[in-house]
Design a protein around this ligand. Structure first.
Ligand code: ATP
Length: 363
């Protein structure tokens, strides 16, 4: 029996539905790890978010950021509440601060459908087994203007977009490496740069660096798609894409289109990956409209947990983590396979508890 590997996880349950979907996610991760047998996780729960800001005046204390930095991985549920804001009117979003502080430039947003799940918007059979990855740059772009808006005489507002060479180079290398790994597993090897290079110089710069880095990956097909056409094609023919890589704000918008293709926000997991740290969290927010009712679909949180295990598996060389990740993904697919488990967000009556129990039963 190989020796047990233990990893430390910083857990930020946050606001709204976050504290409802976090405990079953940890239960599922633990049962997958137990089943695999030679891996265990130790969790440190960290208070942060909008409700925490309201109580303390801080969204996330410096000491907590340090704990996140030191952990092997960070599992985050959802943060922010529209009713609690900074004095300048913006929402409390420590998850954005974490991305910037820890340099988590690669926001990985799989657009992967669950076969058998009803409620997916496309009737084409290819939409049943969709497997595309959107990579959203997560530390700069238009989001870098956050907190620096210039308002002139209540007549004009100016936000700035920042695109830097070092971040772009790492981002595109990440996308091309992922494209290569996927091609080795039978995918098309197409890596598409999504931009608006015909209108803004910043995007022409983004595209230029993409083309430069593509030279190092001659086995892949590197192409460009304007973001408006990408939106259209994601709805009409998403299976034509393999890896898509884009700026922060465009990625924010397109990843919600991706979530819709999967059935809804409750199905879309994500990872924000840097060179040293990574945060795993569902694409959705704190969903205050359904919080406290146990109606949230926890699947995106479970799949984010699986992405965390998979990342630990490849970066820390843990086969146990990789197996546990695969087990969770299989259990999610099995839970929804017969079409009988229908979450509230798809018009059914399966809530957090029913979905969690169904997934656990399949591990
Ligand atoms: P953010 O800006 O923080 O990403 P948002 O404004 O996009 O948040 P969400 O909190 O993601 O908003 O919610 C958008 C809609 O999706 C809401 O109607 C919410 O109830 C629904 N929703 C989000 N997550 C889930 C979930 N896990 N299960 C069911 N419905 C969800």
């Amino acid at each position: 029996m190989p020796e047990t590997q233990t990893f430390s996880i910083a857990v930020l349950a946050g606001d709204g539905i976050g504290p409802e979907i976090t405990p079953p996610c940890i239960e599922i991760i633990n049962s997958a790890c137990q089943k695999v047998g030679n891996v265990s996780l130790e969790y440190e729960h960290i208070d942060a978010g909008a409700a925490y800001y309201q109580k303390t005046g801080e969204s996330i204390p410096e000491a907590s950021l340090e704990k996140c930095r030191k952990a092997d991985a960070i599992l985050l549920a959802a943060m922010g509440l529209p009713s609690i804001r900074y004095p300048n009117g913006t929402e409390i979003a420590p998850q954005l601060e974490l991305r910037e502080l820890l340099g988590l430039y690669a926001g990985v947003r799989p657009i992967k459908t669950i076969p058998g799940l009803p409620g997916k918007p496309l009737a084409d059979p290819r939409a049943e087994t969709l497997d595309v990855v959107l990579i959203r740059e997560s530390t700069e772009g238009l989001f870098a203007g956050r907190g620096h808006t210039k308002i002139e005489n209540d007549e004009k507002a100016i936000d700035t977009m920042t695109i830097t060479r070092p971040v772009c180079e790492r981002l595109f290398d990440f996308a091309f490496k992922l494209g290569s790994e996927r091609k080795a597993k039978g995918k098309s090897g197409r890596v598409s740069c999504i931009d608006k290079a015909n209108v803004l110089g910043g995007f022409a710069f983004f595209r230029k660096i993409f083309d430069e880095r593509a030279q190092a990956f001659p086995g892949l097909t590197a192409d460009h798609v304007y973001v408006d056409a990408a939106g259209l094609n994601l709805v009409k023919r998403p299976w034509d894409f393999d890896v898509m890589v884009t700026e922060n704000m465009f990625g924010d918008i397109l990843s919600d289109v991706g979530a819709a293709l999967m059935g809804g926000m409750g199905f879309a997991p994500s990872a924000d990956i840097g060179d040293e740290n990574a945060v795993f969290q569902p694409c959705h927010g704190s969903a205050p409209d359904i919080a406290g009712q146990l109606k949230a679909n926890p699947t995106a949180m479970f799949l984010s947990g699986a992405m965390m295990l998979d990342w630990l598996g490849s970066t820390k060389g843990s086969e146990g983590c990789r197996q546990a990740a695969a087990l969770i993904e299989q259990a999610v697919n099995a839970a929804f396979a017969d079409g009988g488990l229908i979450p509230y967000e798809l018009g059914g009556n399966a809530g957090t508890k029913e979905i969690s129990e169904a997934v656990i039963a399949n591990i």
